[in-house]
Design a protein around this ligand. Sequence first.
Ligand code: IPD
Ligand code: CA
Ligand code: CA
Length: 263
Amino acid sequence: MATRSALINVMAAACLKAARGLKRDFGEVEQLQVSVKGPGEFVSAADVAAEKVLKRELAKARPNYGFLLEESGFQPGRDTSHRFIIDPLDGTTNFLHGLPHFAISVALEREGKLIAATVYDPIKDEMFWAEKGLGAYVNDRRLRVSARRNLADALIATGIPFRDRGDHERYLKTLAPAMRAASGVRRWGVASLDLAYVAAGRFDGFWEFDLKPWDIAGGLLLVREAGGDVSDMAGGQDMLTNGSVLAANPTLHDALRRLFAAT
Ligand code: IPD
Ligand code: CA
Ligand code: CA
C-alpha cells in the first residue's frame, strides 16, 4: 500500500472536493446538450467554481504558497519558493460535449522544480499522484511506463491544434511520420491524462505543441516518477515555457525524437 505524504493528502483532498462540484455539473451538462442555448456558459461557471474550491482548500493548508491558476493567473505568495500550478478542468471540450474524460491537475513547484502532482479523473475515480524521488501511483498502485521498445507496437497519444490555435503545418509534419511508424495515434483531448496514461503504461508516448504550464505540470512529474523521459520537442527541458512536450519510456522517447527530428 502506498503511503501518501501530508502534502499529497492535502492536494488529493482538494481535488476530491473540487471534483464533487464538477461531477454534479457534468450531469447537468449532459442534459444541456439538446438545449438551444447549449452548455457553454454553464461550463465556464463550473470551471471557475472548481478553481475557487482548489485555491481555497490548498490555501487553507499551505497559506503562504503562491498560485498559477488557469482562470485567475499568477498569485504570488509570501513564500516565493513554492507555487501550485492548477488546471481546474482539463478537457473542457470533452466536458462541454458530455464526454466522460476530463481531469483536475494540481502540481507543486519548489524553486522552479516540480516536486508533487495530483491528476484526478472524477468519472473513473482515478487519482494519479507523484512525489519527486518517491515514485508515481494511481490510487494505491505504483506506476511504471510501458516496456515496449518498438515504435511499430506503440500506441502514441497526441494533441491536435484547432481553429487559429497553434501551427497546423508544423503539427502535420509530426503527425505524418507518427502515423506511419506507430501502431496507433490517439487524440483524447486531456493533456494531463495523456501524460498520466504514459506514466501508467497505457499510452507508450505522447507529443503536443503549444500547451500551457497548467496542462502539463502535474503530468510531467508523473511520467518522470514512473521512469519515463520528458522533454520539449527540441529535446530540451523548457516544456513549461515553450509548451511543447514529448514523453515516453526512454527507448521510445529516443526513437520519437529521431523520428520528429527527421521531419
Ligand atoms: C486543453 C487540453 C487538450 C489540449 C489543449 C488544452 P483545456 O486544456 O489539455 O488536451 O490539446 O491544448 O488547451 O482547455 O481543456 O483546459
Ligand atoms: Ca488544460
Ligand atoms: Ca482548463
